[in-house]
Design a protein around this ligand. Structure first.
Ligand SMILES: O=C(O)CCC(=O)C(=O)O
Ligand SMILES: [Fe+2]
Length: 268
């Protein structure tokens, strides 16, 4: 795993709000990530309804626009040991912390994002406003399990937007232009596409505007991702993925440090 981050890479990430690292996984690691993710996703999708994680994203409904953006399986590490092993790898935490410039990294949630054949585009959005903490240094890793191309829905970014973003949640809807209702000042920014070969990683700041194109191929476009929270981040009142009991026990301003919900995977 190519987790050594150079000073130039950290600088580029801080400037643009994203960075691609080609060949992040070697061939063997890629094979493992694919097999483990596929199995965990199959298990999750096979679960009976009433599974709140599954219901959260309307999985499997062919008439639901969002379900045709991607098959989204959140916190697979909770239900699959193989995913937990991959996600708890401190090298991932170190790479994320080095790019973000923070001293400790906790997992917020992993998620598999599989754009189905001829799937809808992923509209412009920011990640951190969905989450239960607000941080200018949150960071996500997006690992391509298939070649991500302009044809099948590779990632796109509006560079530098993390620097002026606020915490309004521009949800992933039908219209790409919804982002600009909230951020009219970003309308003129030239978007940057990030096609990468399978096994590459793209990191982005949780406040960088990003999306993905439609999948204009008859094959799925698989990605395994993880959102990270800087150690010491505090509860902002948003539930997001917090289990009801934990959510009910939290006051705004409480440090989010539950070792099972937000495991610390690296500390300086
Ligand atoms: O894979 C996609 O289409 C979108 C990914 C994304 O929004 C993310 O990883 O935060
Ligand atoms: Fe996102």
């Amino acid at each position: 795993m190519k987790t050594n981050i150079t000073a130039e890479q950290a600088e580029q990430y801080q400037r643009d709000g994203f960075i691609a690292i080609e060949g992040f996984l070697d061939a063997d690691e890629l094979q493992t990530w694919r097999a483990v993710t596929d199995e965990a996703v199959q298990q999750r999708l096979a679960r009976s309804s009433g599974d709140w994680m599954k219901d959260l994203t309307n999985q499997g409904d062919p008439d639901n626009y969002y379900a045709q953006v991607f098959t989204q399986c959140v916190r697979l590490a909770d239900t699959h040991e193989g995913v937990a092993k991959l996600m708890l790898d401190s090298r991932l935490g170190q790479a994320a912390a080095t790019l973000a410039g923070v001293d400790g990294i906790r997992i917020w949630h992993d998620q598999a994002l599989i754009k189905p054949p001829y799937g809808n585009p992923t509209a412009w959005h920011l990640d951190n406003p969905y989450w239960s903490f607000s941080s200018r240094d949150s960071i996500s890793i997006w690992v391509a399990l298939d070649d991500a191309t302009l044809a099948n829905g590779c990632m796109w970014y509006l560079p530098g937007t993390h620097q002026t973003a606020r915490y309004d949640n521009v949800g992933i809807g039908h219209n790409q232009t919804d982002l600009f209702k909230v951020y009219p000042e970003w309308r003129g920014i030239e978007a940057v596409s990030v096609p990468v070969p399978a096994g590459s990683a793209v990191f982005h700041n949780g406040l960088t505007a990003h999306g993905a194109g439609a999948n204009m191929t008859p094959r799925p476009r698989r990605a395994m991702t993880c959102g990270y929270m800087p150690d010491g981040s505090t509860f902002n009142g948003t539930r997001n993925i917090l289990p009801q009991e934990l959510f009910d026990s939290l006051q705004i301003g409480d440090v989010l440090d539950d070792p099972r919900q937000t495991p610390l995977i690296w500390k300086r």
